[in-house]
Design a protein. Structure first.
Length: 264
C-alpha cells in the first residue's frame, strides 16, 4: 500500500566516498548531502568514471565511507546488523551473484531470505508476497523458466521482482538498463516509476540514460568531478546543472527540450 505522508528514507550527511588502505586514501567525491523521500524515483547521473557506482555501493554499505554518515530511516547504516539492513534496503548490482540454473520463481524467492527460518522455508505469507511481485512486474509467463533462458530485459525485470520480494522501503539499482535497447531501457525505467508510485517505496538507480531520467524521475542526483547536487529535473535544468556534464566540443544540453544534442 502506498504511503500518504512524506518522510526521509535515506540521508547522506557530509559524506566522502572513495577507497582507503593502511597506507593511502583516495577520495572520489566529498561533501555529499542528499535526502530521499518515500515514494520517489531518483536517478543518479554523471559521466563515465565519475564515481556513481562507488556512491551507490557506499550508500548500500557494500564498501565503507571515508567520512560522514549514511542514515536509513534515521538509523546509521554502520550500526545496523546485516539482517536489519536487509529488511531496510535491497540492492541490484550489475554483476549477478547467483546461479542462472535457478528458475525465475526460485530467484525471486531469494528476496525473502531475511524473513525465512534458518533452512529457508517459505511461509504462506512469503508465497503471497512472491506472487504479488510477480504480478506487479508482469513476469508470470516467466515463472518456471530457468534464468539462463531469459533475455537481458527479462532478467532485469526478474531482478527487480526479487528486490521487491525483499519488501524493503529502499531499493538501489546500479545501471538497471545496461545492455538493453532503447525500448527496453524506457520500459524498465517506466516500470520503476510505476512501482515507486504504486508502492510508496523509494527507488534509487544509476544510469547513463539522462534524457529518460529527466523525463521520468521525481528527483535527480547529478555527479561531476567537482560536486554532487540533487533536485527535481526542473530545478536542475533551471540552474544549469547539466550544462557542463560533458565536454562541450561534441555534446550540449538544450534547456528548451530538456535533452542533450550533438553539436553541429
Amino acid at each position: 500500500m502506498k504511503e500518504t505522508t512524506n518522510h526521509s528514507v535515506l540521508e547522506a550527511v557530509d559524506l566522502s566516498i572513495g577507497y582507503q588502505s593502511k597506507k593511502s586514501e583516495s577520495i572520489i567525491a566529498s561533501n555529499i548531502n542528499v535526502e530521499l523521500q518515500n515514494g520517489e524515483l531518483i536517478g543518479l547521473v554523471g559521466a563515465n568514471g565519475v564515481g556513481k557506482s562507488t556512491l551507490l555501493r557506499t550508500l548500500a554499505r557494500v564498501q565503507p565511507s571515508i567520512s560522514g554518515q549514511v542514515l536509513i530511516d534515521s538509523n546509521s547504516i554502520k550500526e545496523l546488523s546485516s539482517i536489519q539492513l536487509a529488511k531496510l534496503l535491497s540492492l541490484v548490482l550489475t554483476e549477478y551473484g547467483f546461479s542462472k540454473n535457478l528458475t525465475v520463481y526460485e530467484l525471486i524467492a531469494l528476496g525473502r531470505q531475511p524473513y525465512t527460518n534458518w533452512i529457508g522455508t517459505l511461509s504462506s505469507s512469503d508465497k503471497d508476497i512472491i506472487d504479488q511481485v510477480i504480478d506487479q512486474t508482469s513476469v508470470e509467463d516467466l515463472r518456471n523458466k530457468k534464468c539462463y533462458e531469459l533475455s537481458d530485459g527479462q532478467l532485469q525485470k526478474v531482478m527487480i521482482a526479487r528486490a521487491l520480494a525483499q519488501d524493503t522501503q529502499l531499493i538501489i539499482l546500479d545501471e538497471p538498463t545496461t545492455h538493453l535497447d532503447m525500448y527496453h531501457k524506457a520500459y524498465i525505467l517506466n516500470l520503476l516509476k510505476k512501482l515507486a508510485s504504486d508502492t510508496g517505496k523509494t527507488i534509487l538507480f544509476s544510469s547513463h540514460e539522462i534524457d529518460l531520467a529527466i523525463q521520468l524521475c521525481d528527483k535527480l542526483i547529478v555527479m561531476t568531478e567537482h560536486e554532487v547536487i540533487s533536485g527535481t529535473p526542473k530545478e536542475l535544468i533551471s540552474n544549469g546543472s547539466f550544462d557542463n556534464l560533458f565536454p562541450e566540443d561534441l555534446i550540449i544540453f538544450d534547456k528548451d527540450s530538456g535533452a542533450f544534442k550533438v553539436k553541429k
